[in-house]
Design a protein around this ligand. Structure first.
Ligand SMILES: NC(=O)c1ccc[n+]([C@@H]2O[C@H](COP(=O)([O-])OP(=O)(O)OC[C@H]3O[C@@H](n4cnc5c(N)ncnc54)[C@H](O)[C@@H]3O)[C@@H](O)[C@H]2O)c1
Length: 373
């Protein structure tokens, strides 16, 4: 997009409502990060293109030097207590890493700081785009920063997941943090206290890009006509690495938590619901969701509707990440702190947002945009 090789469709921040808004331009953004595997970004783009036909190989070829530059800025990540399915994807070097939790945080923070200095960035927005981690039962150690610090100092690994360490590193480096995955421990109350202490904003959890996006737009319609939803069942099929990780019961449970919490909130009662997620390797980066909604209308007559959503994972998620980064960057520059609740429409489980209704979440974003003058 910065080079004029691709259109800007699908990006909200390119909509006319943002005309004249002082958002970072695409040629001002520098990408870097951590990974626990060694695949190049060029190969990842080719893989997505091969799977779904969404990224032309000629485009990847024209961007070869940009991909190489990004790969030089991707350094080895950390994965203590990441769980079996994620650990087995990691390189032997990552698997052998015996650093303590505290020294892992320090290393990750230094990586972020040296990226910022080397690339002469005004600000760094840290986005968690790592594989979905298995859920952890939140306990006393996650409630206050003091208790969490004690657990980290005592190297109590079973109480943390890697994404929490990245979030900790971001907060202490003074960087805003976007939690795009459903991992439940990452922005626990203790971590939110840490962000508040450092005066940097955060938001999450779990990007809303597919079936849940449709659900949060559609469910209010039943309310607007006083049609009673009796049951809503959703079946999700996806390929790619995300789907592979979600095969694992505990990792899948994290995702189901964020996908299945909407309807009682929107409707005001709890219909029978079901969310299934199945890995279908042959789908690659494509995903399909089929939802069946059984509802009751006038005279108690029962009717139903179905929808089928065919998406491409990367094509749905990438623009959302860019939109969120640009908006969070501006909010940080303007001194906002705490949970950025006006970003609720981008997330399945928006922190600090009472409503799951996409329309109401959208109005909150519009109000924020208007307030920016
Ligand atoms: N449409 C979407 O793609 C979408 C929508 C909502 C949420 N998400 C969430 O975003 C995340 C990424 O999705 P994806 O499709 O890009 O998955 P992916 O498997 O393609 O990418 C995840 C990457 O994270 C890396 N990783 C795992 N643990 C790490 C660690 N501890 N440190 C550094 N890197 C680590 C993996 O090696 C992999 O390269 C998932 O949690 C997914 O649930 C994706």
């Amino acid at each position: 997009m910065a080079k004029g090789l691709a259109p800007r469709i699908g990006l909200l921040t390119e909509h006319e409502m943002f005309t004249g808004f002082p958002l970072a331009a695409f040629d001002e953004l520098v990408f870097g990060g951590h990974d626990i595997r060694e695949q190049t970004t060029r190969d990842a783009a080719l893989e997505v293109g091969r799977d779904s036909g969404s990224i032309a190989p000629e485009l990847v070829k024209r961007l070869a030097s940009d991909f190489r530059a990004i790969d030089r800025r991707v350094v080895t990540g950390s994965a203590p207590n990441a769980g079996k399915v994620i650990t087995q994807m990691a390189t032997p070097k990552v698997q052998r890493d015996r650093r303590t939790l505290r020294s892992t945080i320090t290393r990750l923070r230094k990586d972020i700081e040296s990226f910022r200095e080397r690339e002469r960035c005004d600000r760094v927005v840290v986005v968690n785009l790592a594989s979905t981690e298995a859920r952890i039962r939140l306990a006393a150690a996650h409630k206050t920063l003091a208790a969490l610090d004690d657990a980290i100092d005592a190297d109590q690994r079973t109480k943390i997941r890697p994404s929490l360490l990245y979030a900790y590193a971001a907060a202490t480096a003074g960087c805003p943090f976007i939690h795009f995955t459903p991992s439940n421990v990452t922005l626990c109350p203790a971590m939110r206290e840490l962000f508040d202490e450092h005066g940097v904003p955060y938001m999450g959890a779990d990007g809303k890009t597919g079936e849940t996006l449709v659900k949060s737009a559609l469910a209010p319609m039943f309310k607007y006509r006083n049609l009673r939803v009796l049951s809503w069942l959703g079946y999700n099929l996806l390929g790619d690495r995300d789907g592979f990780v979600l095969q694992e019961g505990d990792n899948k449970a994290s995702k189901i938590d964020t996908k299945d919490s909407l309807l009682p909130n929107i409707l005001g009662y709890a219909p029978q619901t079901h969310v299934a997620i199945d890995y279908v390797a042959s789908l690659g980066d494509r995903k399909t969701a089929w939802d069946y909604i059984h509802f009751e209308g006038f005279l108690g007559h029962r009717m139903h509707m179905e929808f089928t959503w065919h998406g491409c994972d990367a094509i749905l998620a990438a623009p959302l990440v860019l939109d969120i980064v640009r908006l969070v960057d501006l909010a940080t520059a303007r001194g906002e702190t705490g949970a950025l609740t006006w970003l609720g429409c981008f997330f399945k489980s928006p922190i600090g947002v009472a409503t799951q209704d996409l329309h109401q979440q959208w109005h909150a974003l519009e109000a924020w945009v208007r307030a920016q003058g």
